[in-house]
Design a protein around this ligand. Structure first.
Ligand code: SAM
Length: 247
C-alpha cells in the first residue's frame, strides 16, 4: 500500500505534483466545497483550526475569517511552498510542516480536519496522526476525518461521483473531455500501483480508540463525494498502543 516495494510513497508522489482536477473551475469548486464544509463544523465561538494535509487549500482564508485562526500542516514540500507563498503575511493563516506540529501547545486545537488524506497513509502513519490529534485537541475539541474510502469504492465509483459533481458544478463538458486523460493519468497509474487505504467505520474507530479517541461516523461527508465517508472523534482516554499491540 505504501509503495515501499516500489521505492516511492504516496507522499513522494504528491510532492512531485498530482493534478487531479479537470479544470480550474473543478479545482475552485472542490476547494470551495471543502472550505464550506469546514466552516459548517466550526463551534459557535472563535476557534483554532488545524487542517492536516490541506493540499492547495485555496480558500483557507474563508475558514480563517469564520473561525479566527487556521494552521495548515502540509507534509509535501512543494505544496507547502505554494501555500506559504499564497498566505504569506495573512494574519489568520499559518503554514507548517509535520515537524511544526511538535511546536503546537498540547490541548490548543479546537477543530482538527484531515480531509482526503487517510487513503494515502500507512496504518502506522494513521496511528501516529491520531496520537498527534490526541495531544493537540482541546478538552472539547473535535477531530474530523473526511473522504475515507470504504471497501467497495473504486475508480469507477469515483468517476461516477466526479460526473455528478461536474454536472452540479458546471464543468461537465471539461470532465467528459478529460475522462480518457484521467484514465491514463499518472494519478490513476499510481492508484493501481500503490492502492488506496480503505477503511470501515469499525476499523477507523479501532484506530481512534488505540490513540485514546472515541469516534463515529459523521454525516454528510465533507466536500462533494458522498460515496466516501467522514468520521468525528474526541479525546476520551489515554492511548493504548499501535495496531500491533493489544487494545
Ligand atoms: C487529495 S490531497 C487532499 C488535500 C485537501 N485536504 C483536499 O481535500 O483537497 C492529499 C493530501 O494528502 C497529503 N499526503 C499524502 N500522503 C501523505 C503522507 N504519507 N503523510 C502526510 N500527508 C500526506 C498530500 O500531501 C496532500 O496534501
Amino acid at each position: 500500500m505504501s509503495g515501499a516495494a516500489t521505492g516511492s510513497t504516496w507522499l513522494d508522489e504528491w510532492n512531485r505534483g498530482q493534478d487531479t482536477y479537470v479544470s480550474d473551475r473543478h479545482r475552485d469548486r472542490h476547494f470551495g466545497e471543502v472550505a464550506e464544509s469546514i466552516i459548517r463544523l466550526l463551534p459557535a465561538r472563535p476557534a483554532r483550526v488545524l487542517d492536516y494535509g490541506p493540499g492547495e487549500a485555496l480558500f483557507a482564508d474563508r475558514v480563517a475569517e469564520a473561525s479566527g485562526e487556521v494552521i495548515l500542516c502540509e507534509a509535501a514540500d512543494s505544496i507547502r511552498a505554494r501555500l506559504t507563498a499564497r498566505f504569506d503575511g495573512h494574519p489568520k493563516v499559518s503554514v507548517i510542516g509535520p515537524v511544526g506540529l511538535a511546536a503546537l501547545a498540547p490541548g490548543s486545537i479546537d477543530l482538527m480536519v484531515v480531509h482526503s488524506v487517510v487513503q494515502y497513509l500507512t496504518p502506522e502513519e494513521l496511528d501516529n496522526l491520531l496520537l498527534d490529534a490526541h495531544r493537540l485537541l482541546a478538552d472539547d475539541g473535535r477531530l474530523v476525518v473526511g473522504d475515507l474510502v470504504p471497501p467497495q469504492v473504486g475508480l469507477v465509483s469515483d468517476t461516477v461521483d466526479l460526473l455528478r459533481f461536474a454536472l452540479r458544478g458546471g464543468f461537465l463538458v471539461d470532465t467528459v473531455r478529460a475522462l480518457v486523460r484521467i484514465a491514463v493519468s499518472p494519478y490513476a497509474r499510481l492508484r493501481r500501483q500503490h492502492g488506496l487505504r480503505r477503511l470501515t467505520e469499525h476499523e477507523m474507530a479501532a484506530h481512534a480508540r488505540r490513540a485514546g479517541l472515541t469516534g463515529q461516523r459523521l454525516r454528510p461527508n465533507l466536500g462533494n463525494n458522498q460515496t466516501r465517508w467522514a468520521f468525528v472523534a474526541r479525546r476520551t482516554g489515554t492511548p493504548t498502543g499501535t495496531a500491533d499491540s493489544p487494545g
